[in-house]
Design a protein around this ligand. Structure first.
Ligand code: GAL
Length: 475
């Protein structure tokens, strides 16, 4: 017992002395600590001064603190209205259902399920009104521009322009009547053109006009109104100082399956339409372009009947593709690609192929942009099961990095309303890369190779209040 007590005392003594130093060395350790603190302060001062002088990004807050609220897992419980009664004769005519009944109902504008996810104009997000709702994103609500008109920028993407220190949002203007070109054809709207909106805060958007117009009379033109222009994306070429738009060009039956290219010397256009072609002689439907931090840009497109994606570097002027091409996600049937990068790793969100109907998103990752690409799983977090299996009732279109918030992005998606496409909504949600993947890959011996990609459901959310400061300092 005595020996035991003695040992305990010894251990406590050792613990104390190791924490504060031995009696003999106490004075010198204290001065050591003081000098270390002074040194650390000095280094911090020099670092901050250097950053201020060189005009680099100033982040005045810890990203973790600023984004914690956005990463909270928010559940959403809603009661789905009873299903529409199905006419047995209609079942006979249309054959058995391919998707859950609730999705059929959801797609029908007159149904109660539809009304639940397409709230009316009364709840519109309106930047012309001040008040408590200012700066809040409400996924699925009508979103107005600074003139009070509904934003028309579907299947779109955002480019940050350093020259004008503004974000530009480009997307399909679908503000026309929805119709079916053929009895079994997909619902469509004639080509009106590509709309452009500008913003400094990502919430209040000013309409800059239709920057690439549909062609009203020349029937053989790619942009003739009865054809298809979808998913426009714009990137800036630093060498040529031109803004280059890539888009999906098709005929009403989706058999042309090509990419189109347009160019402008200003982010607000007008863009001059150049041509369309089938990349590498292959079908190209849903697509995107991604500009890497080394100035190289890449085209991603769904090909071979949407069974796989192809990735190809663009030429230096971004106006053509190069001969190099890799087939990725073969036999996975993915579309609506949205590509982004974090800490040297490439990520992509895709949807399944179910036309305007929502389905489950998948996140993918790659060390090299040309592949191989691995599938990480469904990135949707929170909400409820119905939401997670339908990407919050939407389809990916773009992922925007948030300057100044490392690992934080905005996931941009479309909530399509196929029976009235002009009323399709936008679902923007915070996306984070970080933490461990929840399912390590088979060959990784239990060590997850990739960070988790998470898209967090929020009924209502806003960017961290200090974000604007970081962003403004960045521009
Ligand atoms: C989706 C595609 C949309 C549009 C739609 C037409 O699969 O992502 O961009 O083409 O089909 O049905």
């Amino acid at each position: 017992m005595k020996i035991g007590k003695g040992r305990k005392k010894m251990r406590n003594k050792q613990r104390k002395s190791s924490a504060l130093g031995s009696d003999a060395g106490c004075g010198s350790s204290l001065s050591c600590i003081v000098w270390s603190l002074v040194g650390f302060g000095l280094v911090c001062f020099i670092f901050l001064k250097h950053q201020a002088d060189s005009g680099q990004t100033h982040v005045y807050f810890s990203p973790l603190h600023a984004t914690r609220e956005l990463e909270d897992i928010e559940e959403d419980h809603f009661r789905l209205p009873p299903p529409h009664k199905v006419n047995p004769r209609a079942v006979k005519r249309r054959g058995p259902r391919k998707q859950p009944k609730v999705i059929d109902d959801y797609l029908e504008e007159s149904s109660a399920v539809h009304a639940l996810f397409f709230p009316d104009q009364m709840t519109a997000v309106d930047p012309t009104k001040g008040g408590n709702d200012s700066m809040y994103f409400y996924p699925g609500r009508v979103w107005l521009d600074t003139d009070g008109n509904t934003i028309q920028a579907h299947g779109g993407g955002i480019m940050y322009d350093h020259k004008t220190a503004r974000f530009y949002w480009y997307g399909e203007n679908k503000d026309g009547p929805t119709y079916q070109a053929r009895p079994k054809g997909t619902q469509r709207v004639d080509i009106i053109g590509v709309s452009c909106y500008s913003s400094k805060d990502l919430w209040s958007w000013t309409h800059e006009g239709i920057v690439l117009r549909g062609e009203p009379s020349n029937v053989i033109h790619d942009l003739y109104k009865s054809k298809v222009l979808e998913r426009p994306k714009v990137i800036y070429n630093d060498r040529t100082e031109k803004y280059i738009m890539w888009m999906h060009i098709d005929d009403a039956n989706y058999t042309k399956a090509s990419v189109g290219v347009a160019v402008s010397s200003s982010p607000t256009g007008p863009f001059t339409y150049l041509y369309s072609f089938r990349p590498h002689g292959c079908e190209s439907r849903d697509m995107t372009v991604f500009k890497d931090d080394d100035g190289m840009a890449y085209l991603f497109y769904s090909s071979r009947d949407n069974t796989e994606l192809h990735v190809s570097p663009l030429t230096e002027d971004y106006l053509q593709i190069t001969a190099a091409m890799k087939r990725i996600l073969i036999r996975r049937h993915r579309e609506a690609p949205a590509v982004f990068k974090h800490q040297g790793t490439y990520y992509m969100i895709t949807s399944g192929c179910s036309g305007w109907a929502p389905n489950r998103a998948l996140a993918h990752a790659a060390e090299s942009i040309m592949g191989p690409w691995e599938t990480l799983g469904n990135p949707c977090v929170g909400g409820n099961r119905f939401y997670r299996l339908t990407t919050f009732l939407s389809q990916s279109t773009f992922v925007l990095p948030l300057p100044g918030l490392s690992g934080a992005f905005i996931f941009m998606a479309d909530r399509w309303s196929p029976s009235n496409l002009r009323d399709s909504r936008y679902v923007w949600l915070p996306l984070f890369v970080g933490g461990l993947a929840d399912e390590p890959l088979d060959y990784s011996f239990g060590f997850p190779l990739w960070s988790r990609v998470s898209i967090y459901w929020h009924k209502k959310w806003r960017l961290p209040e200090d974000w604007k400061i970081a962003n403004t300092a960045n521009t």
